[in-house]
Design a binder for this molecule. Sequence first.
Ligand code: ZN
Length: 285
Amino acid sequence: MDQQLIERIVGEVMDQLQKQEPKLSNNEIPIAVSARHVHLKPEHIEVLFGKGYELTKRSDLSQPGQFAANETVVIAGPRGSIEKVRILGPARSLSQVEVSWTDAMKLGVKPPLRESGNIARSAGITLIGPKGSLYLDEGLIVAQSHIHMEPKDADRLGVRDGDFVTIDVEGIRPISFNQVKIRVSERYRLEMHIDTDEANAGFITQGTIGKLRKPGVERSNDVVATHNEVQVPPEKKAFYFKKKLLSNEDIRAIQEDEIVVDKGTIVTALAKDTAREIGKVISIK
Ligand SMILES: [Zn+2]
């Protein structure tokens, strides 16, 4: 088969696979856990791995075009070092190291919590490769949790690039993440990124589903209720109305969902409208 034909077949198979992705309902967000990693600019790849060196792909990451490289480095701080820290490709314009706060304590450094790419006046760190080492004045951060998504997901979820939301995660140790930044781009795929400390705090593993909640919205009962084996619907007792006239005010004052009236009771038109509006049933005995 010629190369073009193969590429067309591969392209079509990929399209089919993408169409078969599980449909996420309304506010569900898949979560990916980012382990400590390094992004490097081309000059730094050469310092660490030798002149003209280019990263080699180990595996694709979920965000299109991003990959985990075969190459790793040692990162070192004043108190300790961590070996085999994975490099993520492709090469970037700025070198950046993302660690958890637990890692930072081991290294003896205090990196700020930042959005990836925002490294001005962040912490310093030493990188050691097989062919050389270098010290980054800045570039060490703890990554702020964020959600990647395409514009169509942003529309569906009612959020915009730069918004902050809350993500609730159920499980044996339920947890909510606040101040999670929304990042929208055609290049992204819907996914929340957290670090290993955040994942461990909620016993979260790769592919766990969180639920998006916009600021100011209370945590809904259905989220909390998933802990119960059986969901018990609230009791709906009837209220027996004894007076001769059932007014709009009466409807609003009565807590029960069903209001039972005598045959001769007058129900005002406004009372009927209000009952319909707030979901109460008026029945005649
Ligand atoms: Zn990310």
